[in-house]
Design a protein around this ligand. Structure first.
Ligand SMILES: Nc1nc2c(c(=O)[nH]1)N[C@H]1C(S)=C(S)[C@@H](COP(=O)(O)OP(=O)(O)OC[C@H]3O[C@@H](n4cnc5c(=O)[nH]c(N)nc54)[C@H](O)[C@@H]3O)O[C@H]1N2
Ligand SMILES: Nc1nc2c(c(=O)[nH]1)N[C@H]1C(S)=C(S)[C@@H](COP(=O)(O)OP(=O)(O)OC[C@H]3O[C@@H](n4cnc5c(=O)[nH]c(N)nc54)[C@H](O)[C@@H]3O)O[C@H]1N2
Ligand code: SF4
Ligand SMILES: [Mo]
Length: 686
């Protein structure tokens, strides 16, 4: 029997836990702890524990598929490449668009944006970060000059007060949740702000249960109370920031008094006062947040308010402080770093700056797409649906918008308007059904590469088995396709490591990294500009990233969500996740031990609302919004605020995104997944 352990990084969430894949007779059969990994120290959540289960699923794609007369037929790679190349050549520049993937490696995202810009000559390249932390990237970059999480994960344990807002950390980033427990064990106070009492909320010392979409009001009120009591950090404000007076003027308004904000948010004034005191006085307070903050038409406002709070209290750049914007997908940080975004090349080098474009052209040895901002995921879907003919050709790697984007009827309309579409995935997804060609990709266990976690830690994937059938690594597919299209010189790589070496050359924050340096279990956190640089676990220690080194305060007024409840749609609907499932379920629903736990969707309804509706627990109900309707089982619970309902979006059979609103944040273009107006109806018996 041939037996080995292959250390690698978890392919699910942005925590970036390490584990060993157990390989028996050249097949991955299990997961075992990797004690020396400093992120999780051998511990794993259920998804990590069962991360091997989807790998050898009989549903894996094993051969390229070409659609003929409405049906997929198996094809050879040569046939598939030839057909793709012929079609791609028909479309000029902006007529094509690419979606990269937060699920695949840095190397593969780097190659897809290079393929888009250098081969297809299109500026239209983006990925699901747009649906996730686009508001963080814009909001934190505006405040500090850098859009990333400011601290390290381990650091959270040193905090004296944690504001956990809009993140269900115990279910969505369980091994970061562990650090919250450690902080609590060290005596920290934990404040939890969410419309639902989640498992994370249960360990909090104070639970602020508020209406979805009222975060800015709450944060402004905290700031008012901190200023009134003199708990602000005057020295930090004076030496390290600018425009404080503008924020002071707004937050001191009567609108943001505890009494008024209590009316807006539904939180008792005395609890807001307690929270502000704990947070303002601890001297070492950190904020943890995720989608409850970002997925709003006011996503950027929400993020900037958090930045305001942390500058006001001077809680930045020291251990146990900071802003932990918990990045979601395993490599969403990396996909952004690699320039799989409509506005930047790798390392956030702006496409509209001519010197940056020139730098890439010189590095790649060819002319590239016009230096303008391309279409974002959300704008791309709108363009496809509402301006048919503008974008005709679509190349999607490792994304499933036909379940994960808002307003699915609208997405479907858009995808149907595409003339030629390629989907590269490990499974035949809802989105792949619309493709002309489907390419079978290797998954994380079958390839080398790197991914970058929420704490900017760049870690290795190591190949543990061969891909099934004829599936190939995404990076390899790009090299072969580029060759067929006449760009062999630009894509000469023999290994993922070759690609990484090019990334390090053109991306300043990765400049000092190499596979050899990433071998040790702790790997490296960027920025790491030179080969002798130790990496940077904490950002903004002495100064911020803006040219003058100062942080910028931005005054923010509270605005309600784009759609608010009315007579016809009287409840607020918010959406999210559960611990067992991952997004559109392609991987977790093929994992027996995960799927068994939550095999279908549900809608959480407050006990009193359910009583008024005459709905009982487990009863099938109809959920209706202005976009569509679905049938779904009710979960009647006291854990959700009255007036709010919650639905996970994992399940195709009762897809929450049939209902969601695709209203966008005006700057970050993130959709409002976390608040729309809904009506719950009893299903009349036939
Ligand atoms: N098991 C599992 N883990 C995951 C994922 C998964 O699919 N499954 N996905 C990963 C990804 S990509 C991401 S981005 C993260 C997301 O991680 P989280 O953001 O933690 O997850 P969500 O469930 O989307 O939303 C978090 C919380 O926001 C609350 N909320 C709703 N509306 C509001 C609001 O208006 N304000 C505030 N403050 N809170 C609100 C919800 O009740 C919910 O408890 O998780 C990552 N981890
Ligand atoms: N209602 C609602 N909708 C939401 C959200 C919400 O909170 N509420 N959250 C949003 C957020 S934060 C996110 S991040 C998005 C996620 O949206 P998506 O990224 O569309 O969701 P996933 O299911 O993770 O899709 C990833 C795809 O990658 C494939 N894949 C996995 N590994 C590989 C690989 O190595 N190679 C290739 N080629 N493919 C691979 C998987 O099979 C899957 O089809 O959903 C968004 N949608
Ligand atoms: S916390 Fe995230 S990275 Fe760690 S094992 Fe769970 S899913 Fe994987
Ligand atoms: Mo996400």
């Amino acid at each position: 029997m041939d037996f080995k352990y292959v250390p690698t990084t978890c392919p699910y969430c942005g925590t970036g836990c390490g584990f060993n894949l157990v390989v028996v007779d050249k097949k991955v059969v299990g997961v075992q702890p990797w004690q020396r990994n400093p992120v999780n120290e051998g511990k794993l959540c259920p998804k990590g524990n069962y991360a091997h289960e989807f790998v050898n699923s009989p549903d894996r794609l094993t051969k390229p598929l070409i659609k003929k007369d409405g049906k997929f037929v198996e094809a050879s790679w040569d046939e598939a490449y030839k057909l793709i190349a012929e079609n791609f050549k028909k479309y000029q520049g902006e007529q094509s668009a690419c979606l990269a993937s937060a699920r695949v490696s840095n190397e593969e995202n780097y190659l897809m944006q290079k393929f888009a810009r250098a081969v297809l000559k299109t500026p239209n390249i983006d990925h699901c970060a747009r649906l996730c932390h686009a508001s963080t990237v814009v909001g934190l970059a505006g405040a500090f000059g850098s859009g990333a999480m400011t601290q390290s994960i381990a650091d959270i344990a040193q905090s004296k007060c944690l504001l956990v807002i809009g993140t269900n950390t115990f279910e969505q980033h369980p091994l970061i949740g562990r650090r919250i427990m450690q902080a609590k064990a060290n005596g920290a106070k934990v404040i939890y702000a969410d419309p639902r009492l989640t498992p994370t909320g249960r360990i909090a010392d104070l639970f602020l249960q508020f209406y979805s979409g009222t975060d800015v009001a709450l944060l402004n009120c905290f700031m008012q109370l901190i200023l009134k009591n003199g708990w602000e950090n005057k020295e930090f404000i004076k030496n390290r920031t600018k425009d404080f007076e503008k924020v002071k003027e707004v937050v001191m308004k009567d609108t943001y008094s505890p009494e008024n904000v209590s009316k807006i948010t539904g939180v008792p004034a005395k609890d807001i006062i307690t929270a502000a005191e704990w947070f303002g006085k601890s001297g070492q307070s950190a904020v943890l947040y995720s989608m409850g903050i970002t997925q709003h038409t006011t996503g950027v406002d929400n993020v900037k308010s958090i930045a305001n709070l942390q500058m006001l209290t001077g809680n930045l750049g020291r251990p146990g402080t900071g802003i932990c914007a918990l990045r979601g997908q395993n490599n969403v940080q990396g996909a952004c770093d690699m320039g799989a975004l409509a506005n930047v090349y790798s390392g956030y080098q702006s496409v509209i700056v001519p010197e940056m474009k020139k730098k890439m052209e010189d590095a790649w040895g060819c002319q590239i797409a016009e230096g303008k901002v391309g279409l974002t995921v959300t704008k791309l879907i709108n363009t496809l649906a509402d301006e048919p003919g503008k974008v005709k050709c679509l190349y999607i790697m490792g994304e499933n918008p036909m379940l994960s984007d808002p307003d699915l009827h609208h997405v479907e309309k858009g995808l149907k308007n595409v003339e030629f579409m390629v989907v590269q995935d490990i499974f035949l997804t809802e989105t792949a059904q619309f493709a002309n060609v489907v390419l079978p990709a290797a998954c994380f266990a079958e390839k080398d590469g790197t991914q970058t976690s929420t704490e900017r830690r760049v870690q290795r994937w190591r190949k543990a088995q061969d891909p099934p059938g004829e599936a190939k690594a995404d990076w390899q597919i790009f090299c072969e396709l580029a060759k067929v299209m006449g760009f062999e010189k630009q894509f000469p790589y023999k290994s993922a490591e070759d690609v990484f070496n090019e990334i390090a050359k053109v991306t300043p924050s990765y400049g000092g990294m190499s596979y050899a340096r990433l071998e040790k279990p702790e790997a490296l956190c960027w920025p790491c500009p030179t080969p002798d640089h130790p990496g940077t676990p904490i950002l903004h220690k002495e100064k911020f990233t803006h040219p003058d080194g100062l942080g910028i305060f931005t005054p923010i007024e509270w605005k309600p969500p784009a759609e608010v409840p009315d007579k016809e749609y009287p409840l607020i609907m918010t959406t999210g996740r559960c611990i067992w499932q991952w997004h559109t379920g392609t991987m977790t629903r093929r994992s027996e031990n995960l799927e068994r736990e939550e095999p279908t969707g549900w809608v959480e309804i407050n006990t009193e609302d359910a009583k008024e509706l005459g709905v009982s627990d487990k009863e099938m109900v109809k959920a209706v919004t202005r976009r569509g309707e679905i049938k779904i089982g009710a979960r009647v619970t006291k854990n959700i605020k009255k007036g709010v309902v919650f639905m996970p979006f994992h399940y195709a059979e009762c897809a929450a995104n049939v209902l969601t609103n695709n209203a966008l944040d005006p700057v970050a273009a993130i959709p409002e997944f976390k608040a729309c107006a809904v009506r719950i109806e009893k299903i009349k018996e036939a």
